[in-house]
Design a protein around this ligand. Sequence first.
Ligand code: PEP
Ligand code: MG
Length: 547
Amino acid sequence: MRQYQGISVSPGLVLGQVSLLKRETYLFNRSQHSPEKEELVLEEALRIAKNELDSMAGRSAASEQAIFTFQSMLLEDESFMGEVRSYIQAGTGAAEAMNRVGQRYADKLLAMTDNAYLQLRNVDILDVTQRVVNILAGRPRVLLTLDHPVILVADKLMPSDLFSIPSGMILGIITSEGSTLSHAAIIARARGIPSIIQVGRDFLDDCDGRLVVLDADAGCCILDPDADTRQQTVSRICARQQVEEDALEMPVRSMPCRTRDGAAFELLANCFGPEDIGSALNLGAAGVGLLRSDYQILAGNTFDEQEQFYYYAACIAAAGGKPITVRTFDFGSDRTLSNVYKGDQSAHLGMRGIRSSLRQPRRFENQIRALLRAGAIGPLRIMFPMVTNVADWDDAMSLVNHCRHNLEERGITYKADVPFGIMLSIPAACLTAEDFVRHGCEFFVIGTNDLTQYTHAAGREVTSAERYFQPTSKAMYKLIRMTVDAAEARGIPVSICGLAVGDPANAVQYLHMGLRSFSMGPQNLLSVKKALLEADAAPDRAGPPFE
Ligand code: PEP
Ligand code: MG
């Protein structure tokens, strides 16, 4: 048993097995390369890397998105990429050229002892460089394949490390180096993962696979704890859980979902995959209102039908009979944050969501077939993001029909009548909501994040335009009201999701706008429920609550 002292960056206490993250060193092929060919493979690798960064940014909290913006920007940086291309022109392979320049820039930043912020960004340069090198070398970006939750140990963590492992698999984090201000520390804190840094290199030498107590409250860890220490730790963990459960206000969790004046409401969770569906249900979610299916396409995973089928089946199993609403992929080449950097602020007005899926029918068909097959296992609904008009809907549904026929021909079990709906995030869709129902749309989900940005022409990540980003404005009221009215008139369900719904005050506003089904991050379920239990639903017909 040996204790190591470090510095706490995110509190908590856990006991678990260590999994040491080893970074492979590369042996570059040093022969003379063809510059033309290497330029081409580099371009393709950069495109993939930017898509991956974008996808991670899409799954991040707003505070984390800047990390991936910075990384994406580097791949657009003329002097950085210019140097890489010079090496290539001189006959160096693309992977080695990228690696050399990345290392040089990272070393330069590391030497900036008078600027702590820039100094720390060296990790981002190494991170994004490694990503491109991995792509060029055909290596997966998933670093560890885990079958049980572990305490992750590394010399230092790169931001994207935490995105390459399902968060439910990380009990805690210990690094031998690192900084309290590092991006990885920010992400760990945001996700509530107990973490300590700077325990020293000795710890790394022989910790892999061994048991450790991580006491991130005290900033220390104990390798190979003896029986007494293990028992004390478990008692302390139980005591903490008891305190946390009390804070969860058990009566709120078990109370029926009814407002003070008796209106029934439904609380659903926004989830990423099987690992957070379970905890959402424990907190009282009646199902998953938004499954961001992009999350399964962790860097390095495939878009293969069978792989996706397993993923959806795992989600259905985790939901234990409660319904899940899966959103088809919501990414597209134009959603890359690098476009924003280039000054192309209208990037968000490009080929995102369903537009991108329709442009890539093979990829979209794989997803739809996997979903139709998963629909035979448990309750599942499918929705399309970023739908603008009924033409989008009709095109998507004709592809769905094609998939049904294809599965029929293959003799594969699937559910033909899985409900299909749309996510309303574009004002044009809200304004014509009834048309979608006429064309067969079976449910609506209002996505407040995007609907707010498109309604007010204020980018989600543009801090300077923040005062225009108003998820409960009068304009939002009108659009939401219109959507709810269309759903009511045609007798289809409607729910609302997005970050704003997790704010209890906003949720009450949405209640007053006529909404009765709310989907939010699992961490907000209880506080929103409490606010809705104490609210009256009646004011919804009294006109706009805000001016
Ligand atoms: C939304 O737009 O409200 C939403 C929940 O989707 P995302 O945040 O994934 O764009
Ligand atoms: Mg959205």
